[in-house]
Design a binder for this molecule. Sequence first.
Ligand code: GLU
Length: 857
Amino acid sequence: MILPRSKLNAQIEKMSPQDSFHASKKVCHLLRSGVAAIFGPQSAHTASHVQSICDTMEIPHLETRWDYRLRRESCLVNLYPHPTTLSKAYVDLVKAWGWKSFTIIYENNEGLVRLQELLKAHGPYEFPITVRQLGESSDYRPLLKQIKNSAESHIVLDCSTERIYDVLKQAQQIGMMSDYHSYLITSLDLHGVDLEEFKYGGTNITAFRLVDPDGPEVRKVVREWNLSEAKNKKGEISSIIRDNNTFVKAETALMYDAVHLFAKALHDLDTSQQIDIKPLSCDAVDTWPHGYSLINYMKIVEMRGLTGVIKFDHQGFRSDFVLDIIELSKEGLKKIGTWNSTEGVNFTRTYGEAYTQIVEIIQNKTFVVTTILSSPYVMRKEASEKLTGNAQFEGYAVDLIHEISRVLGFNYTIRLAPDGRYGSLNRETKEWDGMIRELLDQKADLAIADLTITYDREQAVDFTMPFMNLGISILYRKPIKQPPNLFSFLSPLSLDVWIYMATAYLGVSVLLFILARFSPYEWDNPHPCNSDPDVLENQFTLLNSLWFTIGSLMQQGSDIAPKAVSTRMVAGMWWFFTLIMISSYTANLAAFLTVERMDSPIESADDLAKQTKIKYGALRGGSTAAFFRDSNFSTYQRMWSFMESQRPSVFTASNVEGVERVVKGKGGYAFLMESTSIEYVIERNCELTQVGGMLDSKGYGIAMPPNSPFRTAISGAILKLQEEGKLHILKTRWWKEKRGGGACRDDTTKTSSTANELGLANVGGVFVVLMGGMGVACVIAVCEFVWKSRKVAVEERSSLCAEMASELRFALRCQGSTKPIRKKGRSCNAPTGVDDGRFHPLGSYTSYGFVSKEPIN
Ligand code: GLU
């Protein structure tokens, strides 16, 4: 009992909403009989007249309707939430959801005013928002179809509560109530609408409500009303719209709160002064003395009502209030969060609850999966009988969706995209094709293939987490094996080193020759029998020096040895040099002889870009082509210009066509392809290989229509499969095992096992050098023979031919290693090695080529 000392009597007047004249008349009539306050009216047309009369008479006027004019009249209190603040609630919710674009459907101009904050909050550079008005007619289908054709899935609906059902019903009829559509309904009375038919469609229908039916005040009041209604079937509270007798319309709740607010003010003031009602005439200048006190008290008082805490700001508006965010689920409208003017949106539904709800929805679904034929992701199954449905297909992507469906418990139907394309945006028409188009037209729920996640596609559709990572690379034919080089024994050292070595050899030999002549310790007695020789000899003639150094270089040595410190120093250093050079040469020789030389004209994308002989292309309309088209990197830009300029086109309709072109091109065509697909191809076609590394890094994902509620659940399932190692098993199965996988593995092992065997081709050059050396030796021998024969012939005064014939006969006899000399006269004293002009057979006078005639000091 809030008014122990007073009793309030309600006097209800009904009037036409447009008729302000009669409204004023009725107010004057009421005033004449004496009233404490006037509540309403609900019509904007009549409200101003009532307001001005109340102001003049100083009668408290309490309103409960949405009024955009924000009047600050002295005798007015409006309990309806402040329109601008309410509008902000819609802005906050749209922002919290991250809606990029949306369509506003409004009924009348008031609706636009109601949503003006939403229109203002949308920046000029963001995605466009569309504003459409519901017509007078009750057929909204043409309007809804237009929205459907624009592929918009976010809708803000602002219309009277009575029309909400019809709009939603017709939207359902034209297919705009799918899982991917979201509706934000601005009415605060959505709970008064019959939403039974929309509960199971999966559509996201959200609204705000002012009255919490589970609040203790509301429950209490509803119980009382139900009781009184039961007592008095024809009671006056029949205007209350109820759903299961628990829901209260916002307008009713506001009126209830207005009456209670007034009653509280009356009660509180009544304790300090006597408040009486006074009949007033509209024609007189009389006013009600308690009017202002009551109004002012109402504006400062704070109380709890059915619509939450009622309090007013310093301007007298109700700008501090709390709204419930409600969403339609299978169980009906459910509170998922709250909004208040200071903190904005606060979702109370936990992530787990939302996830469980989505998983529940998924379990009853049959998804349409769009895909295209691309090995090894989706391929036609080979079978003797005719296959139908999902059984027609097999591959990595087919197994993947099967695994995901097992995790989440949904069914699916696989359908091929009619144009067999992945999905690219036509920049002129702004239309997508391929699988992306199927998703945007909502003909499919999921797109599973080797579909790359790209920025453009991400703007149009939703992608899950990537299930495979890859990058662009080059598919090309394997390099041709080079026949081994005959002179490959020269390869361990570069030409420069060979030249330096030859120079060093000559230099050291000459130095040795000079130092030996210089050093006195290199001059020796030529004949041991003569202790006092006339001459001394030096063994390091130029030829001997050359012979000594080459002997050490070849690791063979010679029978000449230096005696002086200086020459020994030269010899020592030369031996050290040869030790290192020969060890390095030997170590490198093994590697050079066993490694096969491959000849590939391209090693990387840069090599491709630098030349024009080898053509290169990519899949038309795929992400690889888009990568080159959109790249800012000069090499890739050059490559894109080259690809575009080529006639006939270097672009292919499928990866299979690209692979065929590489095979048939015999080195004249390289195909830019994704690394995973290259891996699959080179595992089966041993003529082909991947050239260079990856040009970028990206992933394949499962695409779904924008705003899909299933993205999180499907991403979760992919993660689960990844962590369980299932994705790895699938990859091994489809890459390495099925459909001819591993065909090129034997090739690799064969090559590595034969790599150590050296053929004649590898070492043939050494034989050539040997034969060459032998030949040269023979020629020199002939020259020596002829030269000496001629000399002897001159001395003996015989003919050259006779001399040569006799020497030849002796040589061909091949007996004994001694040969008699024809002229006697040589003694032990005779200086050996002195050319006495007689013929000495080879071998009997070898060591001393030159004898010095200088005496020793
Ligand atoms: N995976 C690519 C796509 O999604 C197609 C193949 C390619 O462009 O290399 O567009």
